[in-house]
Every structure is written in structure tokens, then in C-alpha cells.
Design a protein around this ligand. Sequence first.
Ligand code: 5RP
Ligand code: CO
Length: 253
Amino acid sequence: MLASDLSNLASNAKSVIQAGADELHLDVMDGHFVPNITWGAPVIKCLRKSVGEDPYFDCHMMVSKPSEWVKDVAEAGGSRYCFHLEAALKDSGVDFNVAELCKLIRSCGMEVGVALKPGTDVSAVREFVSLVDMVLIMTVEPGFGGQKFMPNMMPKVVHLRDTYPNLNIQVDGGLSPSTIDVAAKAGANSIVAGSAVFKAADKEQVILGLRHTVERLGMGKAEGELTKRVKAKGAEVGVLMAGIMFVAGKYFV
Ligand SMILES: O=C(CO)[C@H](O)[C@H](O)COP(=O)(O)O
Ligand SMILES: [Co+2]
């Protein structure tokens, strides 16, 4: 939503849902973790009131103290709380650590996401993968929309996809019809696209194009490596089949 005309946030949110987006990606910035300020829980609350209960709010929390905003964002209607690992490791909340943060997010009724800045090694997230629903690999320096996609982040995505075949992997920053191929091939299955969608004359076509590319190129990967692994386990074939069908909707876990 950062790429939209923010004076008309609600109508723009409705327009992308109408155009086929699965989720609304809400970039919360505190002017401290990143050099920009956007909005917080009060705006999310108004947006929730305006768009109704259904749309999924993916809250990308670019804030220095992620533990501080969990309850507010949950009460405002957030669906997923995606915090930055770099911030969480430094967050000085009392009795606080990353596992506690994940627990708090879940206890407030939200899904958990963990985000990595471009400079953070993917190995840093390993010990937390089992605690989260999604890992976000930033493909720009967080703080601003409309930046250039960083293809050199794709080895992180490949590593995560190879290590965790069922993990939801999101990419965020500079995704568009011209950069989606490499992200889909790497194994990303959740695509954040701001400028590419809001600058387009036909939002529906852009969203459909991104979705089809993930299905086409990402599915190839799923049918390859994922099928091999699941077939080796025999009993989980049914799960894989369900996963493959679900890719058209959202994820292929
Ligand atoms: O987190 C972000 C910036 O920090 C945004 O979500 C990201 O930049 C998406 O916008 P665009 O598609 O215009 O690059
Ligand atoms: Co974002």
C-alpha cells in the first residue's frame, strides 16, 4: 500500500483486493529502524474498519522495538506481524527474546513473519524458522518504495527453499513483471509488489502475471525437489497434492 496515493488509502486498498491481490502489505516505519515514517496501528485500525474483516493485513514492521506494537497492531486488525530480526535481536523489552516475541504475536491472534535486511546473512534466521509462518527476504534496503530489485538476494531464497521446502518465503522490494522470473525460480511464493501494481494501468493484469509466473516457474521447482522429497516419505504425498492445488490461491505449502 506504500506505493498508493495515501490520501485515498482505503479506496486504493479495495481496488487491489478487487484486482486479485491475496493480501494487503502494510509497511509500518518508525523513522528510527528506517529513515522514513509511514503509519501505525491507528491507521491500520481505520483501514480495517473501511475494508471489512476479510482482507488479510500483512504488517511489515520496520520498527526498532517490535515487541512494543504487537498488541496495538493485533487490536487494530493485523493478520500477520512480520518483524525484522535485526531489530528483534536488539529489542530491550523486559524478559524479551525472539521466541517470546513470536509467542506474544501468536497469543494476540496473528501469524508470525520474520524479515531480513539485505545485509543480514540468511544463517541468522535458522534457529527461528520453526517459530514463524513466513520468512521475508528484503530485496531492497527497507525504508522506501520504488527502489531497484536486488537479484543478489536470490541465493538466500534458494538456500531457504532448499532447506525448508514448505516454508513461506516472501520477497519485498522492486518486484515487477520484469523481476519476477528470478524470484519465482529461486523459490519465493509470496510476492510483494507496490510500485509495479499501483503504477500499472491494469492492476489485475499485473497481479495475474505475477501469480502465473510463480505458478509456472515456482511450480517447476515444487514438482521437482518437493515431489522427490515427499515421494521418498510416501505418506505425505496427499499433503503435497493439496499443496500443489493451493498454489493457485496463495502458497504451495
Ligand atoms: O518494505 C518496503 C520498503 O521498505 C516495501 O514493501 C517495498 O519497497 C515494496 O515497494 P515497491 O514494490 O515499490 O518496491
Ligand atoms: Co514491505
